[in-house]
Unconditional design. Structure first.
Lengths: 274, 147
């Protein structure tokens, strides 16, 4: 590590002496600006600590009695606190970035796991149980991935089994939004909610009195489409825990819808007939 | 008698009284170190924004009380050209700051709540809050003082 630039050391010492002389906010502001200058100049917090200690040692030598030394030490603490404030902002930014990176890694891992599950050939072997299991897992994984309160995955089929749907909700409010009389919970009349295939729709706070759209608080939906372009179902999410869904959430939902559509294609007997 | 404090911001030198008032209010409200420093720093950053981008504005501070907690709100207002992309302005690296993490994003990180509203017609308003929780001992002391 390079030494503290002499100009910075001198400026710090001078500003500290100024604070010792008057104890004013202007001097504390100068301390803050020095910290800001250190950040902008690429100095480390250790450089700042070295400059501070140098300034403190010089002034302590001039203390003639214990009281004066104590006053200098207290003032040094106040001054140093102000000069560190800029580094505090940087450190909090670094922590935020770390958390965001961890979240992104977790999301990537979840997507990978979901992709592996959906691509598993065994899903097509025992189609009836596999559809339910797949939809249930997808709904829960999608809800967790997008950090939503509620998620529903619906497949619209004609034929013996009829439509299939699974809902995942993190709260009682989410479950309560389900249409009444739906038995069993994972099999419900399909909803034709989603507009153009291959696209997502995003809307702000929804109407809590429209249970078929899920609880209020923002909605995100994407169509599930077969290779020939026909709609085979939908993926819907509602009530972002963070307050609103973002463009990144929209992109992830689109990706999930594509993965689910591909898995549905492999479910042989459940090919779309509508 | 109102506890509201208003500081006109026209130049960098006006940041000093704004910091001083913010720090003093924080100390009066019982914020312990280093919170008064963090509040003064956040005021510096939003005040600097006013000077750099709008030329002039105002910083208003006052105590806030809400159930079990109390704190202070700092509102920085200007009638400048507004921020074209508020979302981007709250990201590090906007407006040539080189990703240092200072400025508006830095101020946001130091406070508990941070809102920004901006448009070309009415300028920019930044509202920040910092809270502290009233503990049982403090409530008892307050009750005793009122008697």
């Amino acid at each position: 590590m390079t030494a503290v630039p002499p100009r910075f050391t001198s400026a710090y010492g001078s500003a500290f002496r100024g604070y010792l002389g008057g104890g004013s906010e202007a001097s504390l502001h100068a301390a803050y600006e020095l910290g800001r200058e250190a950040v902008a100049g690429g100095l480390s917090v250790l450089h700042l600590a070295v400059a501070h200690q140098d300034a403190l040692l010089v002034t302590l030598k001039e203390a003639t009695h214990l009281g004066a030394a104590e006053r200098i030490a207290r003032a040094a603490g106040d001054f140093f606190l102000e000069s560190l404030a800029a580094f505090e902002m940087i450190q909090r930014g670094f922590r935020e970035a770390q958390e965001a990176a961890m979240l992104e890694r977790r999301h990537a891992e979840m997507l990978r796991q979901l992709s592996t599950f959906l691509a598993d050939a065994s899903v097509a072997v025992n189609a009836s149980e596999s559809v339910e299991e797949m939809l249930r897992l997808v709904a829960e994984q999608a809800r967790e991935l997008i950090d939503a309160e509620w998620c529903a995955v619906t497949l619209t089929f004609a034929g013996e089994r009829g439509p299939a749907r699974a809902v995942a909700a993190s709260t009682e409010a989410g479950w309560a939004a389900e249409p009444e009389g739906a038995e069993p919970r994972t099999y419900l009349p399909a909803l034709s909610l989603v507009p153009d295939s291959g696209q997502t729709t995003r809307s702000p706070g929804g109407d809590v009195d429209s249970p078929e759209e899920g609880p209020g608080g923002g909605q995100l939906s994407a169509a599930l489409t077969a290779l020939d372009g026909r709609e085979v179902g939908s993926l819907e999410l509602s009530t972002a825990k963070r307050g609103s869904f973002s463009e990144v959430d929209e992109a992830v939902v689109r990706h999930l819808a594509q993965m689910i559509s591909a898995a549905v294609e492999r479910l042989g007997p459940y090919r779309h007939r509508c | 008698m109102t506890d509201e404090i208003r500081i006109t911001i026209r130049a960098a030198s006006d940041l000093v009284p704004a910091r001083a008032e913010g720090r003093a209010l924080a100390v009066r409200l019982g914020f312990s170190r280093p919170d008064p420093t963090l509040i003064a720093t956040a005021i510096s950053e939003i005040g600097r924004n006013i000077v750099m981008h709008a030329g002039s504005g105002e910083i208003v501070m006052r105590p806030v009380y809400e159930g079990n907690r109390y704190g202070m709100v700092v509102i920085a207002q200007d009638a400048g050209p507004g921020i074209r992309d508020v979302h981007a302005a709250l990201e590090d690296g906007y407006a040539g700051r080189g990703g240092l993490g200072l400025g508006l994003p830095g101020a946001r990180r130091l406070m508990d709540e941070f809102d920004i509203a901006s448009d070309p017609d009415s300028g920019t308003t930044v509202t920040m809050r910092k809270w502290r929780t009233r503990d049982e001992l403090e409530r008892l002391r307050e009750a005793r003082r009122r008697r």
